[in-house]
Design a protein around this ligand. Structure first.
Ligand code: ADP
Length: 390
């Protein structure tokens, strides 16, 4: 069989890999997936997949054989395996030197210090005394392996220190302390960067987290001073360039006030893959983050990150507590009839409370209207407005 385009391997079968498949189809680029289990989100839509463990170098080698490049749904592939794949001659995108900054928060903080990027005061800590010396209140984080707020503790009194220390001890990961930032909101500066050095910056978005999980995103961030937005975009572009990122880089930022009362942005963390704060781009931007990620992975020219409308709103659909909600599909008749401009993205995942199972996008000229429509639809799918299958 002759191939019409280079094949790209994707490691990890979550919704991000699933959403990469859409632009891959449009671009005529075949994907091959290493899935953690049969039937996971991306395995439902990428026919060419195998089940295997991303920590197993042999499985990684098997899946990437004959592929022009490999990219990722998550950041957990061991760095040494990425080096081994590179040594085999495979284009690993993003490469291990860049990706480690999204895997290890201490490595990331050290790099931000080196680049002079604005960030919370921080220190590596190993003992009770280290944390007390750093000063309370503070935030303790495991350097590796945390996600969605797991592995992050707000420490207000000396009694709160034991649990994070014990958790880090159990898993053998390093711990860092950060100043507890009194932020006004969380922002995300999303950029795509190709190996050629070409880069594209999306409008800076505001994200609302609930219990450590991203719930709602507005792009562009309302009332963000143009000068601060430009500074955040330039910061993200500089980080992408200095760290040699290929693909999407999301720089998660805190908007806060400095000692002089000036509004500033501080780097919270980096993600090197399509990111929840960029899902709005699927419908609200000329080129989605998923397409620009793929283009970057293949070193193709990037597409325009320009928005299609003044406002875009994304609201996540989380599994709810309503036991009567059976299939998300049953939410369609009302949701689609109420709002013909609603864009729905479901991930084919089972409903569990708090689990991200889909999202809706709305774009338009009136922010309040976009918010109302997107929130209503997400709440409806979730079952918060009653049992939608009746
Ligand atoms: P994860 O890797 O789980 O996403 P983060 O480092 O992004 O972890 O932290 C999760 C959430 O905890 C953040 O979105 C933010 O709301 C809060 N948080 C993290 N660091 C700080 C900090 N230094 N000060 C205040 N809040 C923080």
């Amino acid at each position: 069989m002759s191939e019409h385009a280079p094949r790209v391997a994707v490691i990890g079968g979550g919704q991000l890999a699933r959403m990469m498949a859409q632009p891959a189809v449009a671009l005529g680029v075949p994907l091959r997936l290493l899935a953690e289990a049969e039937g996971v989100s991306a395995a439902q839509v990428i026919g060419d997949h195998e089940v295997g463990d991303y920590r197993d170098l042999d499985a990684l080698r098997r899946i990437t054989e004959g592929c022009a490049a490999v990219t990722f749904d998550h950041e957990h592939v061991p760095t040494e395996h990425l080096h081994a794949l590179e040594e085999d001659g495979l284009a690993v995108r993003p490469g291990p030197e860049a990706l480690v900054h999204a895997q290890d928060k201490i490595v990331m903080r050290e790099a931000m210090s080196r680049l002079g990027a604005p960030q919370p005061r921080w220190a590596e800590v190993a003992t009770h005394a280290d944390v007390e010396a750093f000063g309370l209140p503070c935030v303790l984080k495991v350097s590796r392996g945390g996600y969605d707020g797991k592995g992050v503790w707000v420490v207000r009194t000396a009694d709160d220190i034991d649990e994070p220390l014990a958790a880090a001890g159990r898993t053998g990961v390093r711990l860092l302390a950060e100043e507890l930032v009194d932020f006004s909101r969380e922002l995300s500066a999303l950029v795509a960067r190709a190996p050629s050095g070409q880069a594209a910056a999306y409008p800076v978005a505001a994200s609302l987290q609930v219990d450590g999980v991203c719930n709602e995103v507005i792009a562009p961030a309302p009332d963000l001073a143009p000068e601060l937005a430009a500074r955040a975009q330039q910061l993200a572009l500089r980080i992408a360039g200095e760290l040699g990122v290929t693909g999407i880089l999301a720089v998660e930022l805190f908007e806060a006030r400095d000692a002089a009362g000036e509004t500033v942005v501080l780097v919270n963390e980096l993600a090197m893959r399509p990111h929840n704060t960029g899902h709005w781009t699927q419908d609200g931007a000329v080129t989605s983050q998923f397409e620009n990620h793929l283009r970057a992975v293949l070193d193709l020219p990037l597409g325009s990150p320009e928005p299609r409308a003044t406002w875009s709103v994304m609201v996540n659909i989380l599994g709810g507590d309503n036991p009567d909600v059976g299939r998300l599909y049953d939410g369609y008749p009302h949701a689609l009839a109420r709002d013909p401009k609603l864009r729905v993205h479901l991930y084919g995942k089972g409903l569990r409370p708090g689990r991200k199972v889909g999202h809706v996008n709305v774009y338009g000229e009136d922010l309040e209207d976009c918010l109302e429509r997107a929130r209503h639809a997400a709440a409806w799918f979730r079952g918060d407005l009653g049992n939608h299958s009746e």
